[in-house]
Design a protein around this ligand. Structure first.
Ligand SMILES: [Zn+2]
Length: 402
């Protein structure tokens, strides 16, 4: 079993050890050490990275995991023989970030338990932000803004109080007396973490030496997830970086909309309303323009008794196109064979006796109703359709009897 040095000192970035075993899993080369400060992935906290130095060489540690026997295996990018003495160096920036998120989660879970009676299940420590799933006693799957603001204020006040964080392995007798937030999931070698008087729970993870070293917490959201509430948050350096990024985003957006950040929502709302109004006017204009093109494609002598328009457009927006077609066939005695870009629309007035569904199927891929059919095709399709009507419709009465 590897002697885990991070249990006693979470800030031990350099240590000496001896390689006790090597293995090749086929996918990776791994070594076990007699002692290690590298944290293996567990409890939602990801593994440490770093290097193992030996005899002037350096092997990168790219993954760390612990097996059932308590042996910590380090995935390395080069062979290190058993018995080799190594100096381990941990990426302290990565570990510090993980400790900030992990300890922040403890504080948040403790405050949720205290203020809302919620039980926290699992931690997901992501590359950007972290999240916990919370089961609330009344089965609620959301939190109000007031609740999350109060939680955030409470945790931040406790962080600023800079209370000591202590980790230890209590005796069985002592364990029974401890006011843990939830019962331990293991029965042997139970390790306890206590953060001031705010949080006490079993945990094998790495923690800062005091709450102040968490730095800051920012709750990003609380949304329903599988019958629970998923609370996402960032802590420490991540929270500072996010605040800096968000300040830059809002400043840039404010410059674009010529307003201070606090008036962004109102300015964006006003812009959206004006855009919708302008879009409506543009649609009306385009509808009118398409209708004019349809009328200019009319040829009165084509089919006796009705007016046929054969219209070819380079393209058209769907909404004005459909409104122009509807307006056109709302009049009596109209038939329309239209190609806009690669889109075909065959339509007719209710009193015209042409099956547009059948006609469009004879010249292109498409279909629809007898009075209105659509499809994909080219301008030649409307010419062919017109020829079919001209040749097969000789002597036909084109208007339905009213
Ligand atoms: Zn912990």
């Amino acid at each position: 079993m590897t002697d885990r040095l991070y249990y006693d000192d979470a800030y031990l970035w350099t240590f000496e050890a001896k390689v006790t075993a090597c293995r090749d899993t086929g996918k990776s080369r791994e070594v076990a050490l007699d002692r290690s400060a590298f944290y293996p992935t567990s409890g939602g906290q990801p593994y440490d990275t770093g290097v193992l130095c030996f005899g002037g060489s350096e092997a990168r540690v790219t993954d760390v995991e612990c097996d059932r026997e308590g042996e910590v295996w380090h995935t390395v990018d080069r062979e290190i023989p058993v018995g080799t003495r190594v100096t381990g160096r941990i990426d302290g920036t990565r570990r510090t970030d993980h400790m900030e998120q992990h300890a922040g989660e403890h504080m948040l879970a403790g405050a949720i338990h205290e203020q809302l009676g919620g039980t926290t299940i699992g931690l997901h420590l992501g590359a950007e932000d972290s999240s916990i799933d919370v089961e609330l006693p009344d089965g609620r799957t959301h939190m109000t803004e007031e609740e999350t603001a109060r939680l955030e204020d409470t945790v931040n006040a406790r962080i600023r109080a800079d209370a000591p964080i202590r980790c230890w392995f209590p005796s069985e007798e002592e364990l029974k007396t401890l006011p843990l937030r939830k019962p331990p999931t293991v029965t042997e070698h139970v390790r306890i973490v206590a953060m001031g008087d705010y949080e006490m729970v079993a945990c094998g993870g790495t923690h800062p030496s005091s709450t102040g070293r968490i730095g800051l917490i920012r709750i990003l959201g609380a949304v329903p997830a599988r019958g629970k509430v998923r609370v996402s948050f960032v802590c420490g350096g991540r929270a500072c970086r996010l605040f800096r990024d968000m300040s830059a985003w809002t400043r840039k957006a404010g410059n674009v909309l010529s307003c201070p950040p606090e008036k962004l929502a109102a300015a964006a709302g006003e812009l959206k309303a004006r855009l919708a109004d302008a879009q409506r006017k543009l649609n009306r204009f385009e509808t009118e323009e398409i209708l004019q093109r349809i009328r200019s494609g009319e040829s009165a002598e084509d089919l006796p008794g009705i007016t046929l328009s054969v219209t070819v457009l380079d393209g058209a927006e769907p909404k004005p196109l459909s409104e122009a077609v509807s307006a056109y066939i709302a009049e009596d005695g109209k038939a329309l064979l239209l190609c806009a870009g690669e889109k075909l629309t065959f339509a007719r007035s209710p009193d015209v006796d042409i099956d547009m569904n059948e006609l469009i199927r004879r010249v292109a891929r498409g279909g629809g109703r007898p009075d209105l059919a659509g499809g994909a095709g080219i301008p030649e399709c409307v010419s062919v359709a017109r020829k079919i009507l001209m040749t097969e419709g000789k002597g036909k009465k084109w208007r339905k009897k009213s």
